[in-house]
Design a protein around this ligand. Structure first.
Ligand code: GLA
Length: 403
């Protein structure tokens, strides 16, 4: 009896150890392999702000499939701020009953039925940036709710966080999401204030905003109408992203904010530059325009598979600015097969010739390499030592250079 009792006790002890280990591994592994390449999808904020609804989101999911965006790799359909209105008597978060009459699970089910994934937005503080209820103090409860709705992606903002510690707050929501048992991409939207590139990976963030909000503008920073700093054009954002290249990699990306391509305030040349630069930065490609009514030029930018392939390259390197001569810049990104993606960027106001020297992109001068234009979809031939091209004002020429 004594021996059997001892065996039982040891057995229980072991199985509880095994259980603990399994549980620990289980919680770690739930989100372990997410976002191995930069997430691609669509988000409501840049175009629609608070004007979100079930009908609009479903329409956008349909358009993502019909337009060929899904085929090009876009998968997340993300509802940003303003879907939520209050908490109920049990403190459960309540979606706007007029705008989402069938609830959030119905929206998620519809998105999933199209082979797409579902994202929502909340905030680490007491209220979201638009003043809706935030997640503070409800992280585990909300995570269970999101998992029940089939949420695959959570953008977690940083408004109304008072004295909260950013690293601890994001670690907490990651732990809550993992405890739900559902793999959920965590998008840290802290605007770079506490340098999330230094700790975002450690706390299980899959992407982290590096700057304040993007604006549909090519140029640099501008003050907001109330005098506070600042809204960011494309050039301001790439300047802030440039030094951060070493922090990006599979599963954890610098996020220069969502795309403005197609929202109307930049020229098509500028949108092409914006999209190319996001791709060479290995940035998340989250479209922010109305996919239901895209002009063909905008469609062709967002679905350029050669440019998207640079963004999605499995090596997961973020590109770097490798040469600068006033307004003329060269950016380069190492690709998995050893070739380079290159952008010749003209920030100036007149057409200019921009050279890329092989030495600046990590190749020997004598190397003979094949150059391909990713917007013209054309092989340009083989070149030794360097290549140069005329680049339109605010434009790019985007290439691959393959030895
Ligand atoms: C912040 C974020 C934006 C958007 C809004 C919503 O400004 O940075 O991307 O989510 O909040 O209110």
């Amino acid at each position: 009896m004594k021996i059997r009792h001892a065996v039982l006790v040891v057995g229980l002890f072991c199985s509880s150890l095994v259980g603990t280990t399994l549980f620990a591994q289980g919680t770690l592994s739930v989100s372990a392999n997410l976002a191995l390449t930069p997430p691609m999808g669509w988000n409501s904020w840049n175009k629609f702000g608070c004007n979100v609804s079930e009908d609009m989101i479903k329409g956008m999911a349909d358009a993502m499939v019909k337009s060929g965006m899904k085929d090009a790799g876009y998968v997340y359909v993300n509802i940003d701020d303003c879907w939520q209105v209050r908490r109920d008597v049990n403190a459960n978060i309540v979606p706007d009953p007029e705008r989402f009459p069938h609830g959030m699970k119905a929206v998620g089910d519809y998105i999933h039925s199209l082979g797409l994934k579902f994202g929502v937005y909340s905030d680490a503080g007491s209220r979201t940036c638009a003043g809706r209820p935030g997640g503070l103090g409800h992280e585990y409860q909300d995570a269970v709710q999101y998992a029940a709705w089939g949420v695959d992606y959570l953008k977690y903002d940083w408004c109304n966080t008072s004295t909260q510690d950013a690293q601890a707050s994001y670690a907490n929501i990651r732990a809550a999401l993992d405890a739900s048992g559902r793999p959920i991409v965590l998008s840290i939207c802290e605007w770079g204030t506490a340098k999330p590139w230094l700790w975002g990976k450690e706390v299980g963030g899959n992407l982290w905003r590096t700057t304040g909000d993007i604006n549909d503008r090519f140029g640099g920073q501008q003050k907001w109408p109330d005098g506070s700093c600042c809204s960011n054009g494309v050039l301001s954002i790439i300047d802030q992203e440039a030094p951060l290249y070493s922090y990006a990699g599979p599963g954890h990306w610098n996020d220069p904010d969502m795309l403005e391509v197609g929202n109307g305030r930049m020229s098509d040349t500028e949108y092409r530059s914006h999209f190319s630069l996001w791709a060479i930065l290995a940035a998340p490609l989250i479209a922010g325009n109305d996919l239901r009514s895209m002009r063909p030029e905008i469609h062709d930018i967002l679905t350029n598979k050669e440019v998207i392939a640079v963004d999605q390259d499995a090596l997961g390197r973020q590109g770097q600015r490798v040469a600068k001569n006033g307004d003329l810049e060269v950016w380069a990104k190492q690709l998995r097969d050893g070739s380079r993606a290159v952008i010749l960027l003209n920030r100036g106001e007149s057409e200019q010739r921009i050279p890329v020297k092989w030495q600046d992109i990590g190749y020997a001068e004598h190397l003979n390499a094949a150059v391909r234009d990713l917007w013209e979809h054309r092989d340009l031939g083989k070149f030794t030592g360097e290549f140069s091209a005329q680049v339109a004002p605010h434009g790019v020429v985007m290439l691959t250079v393959r030895p």
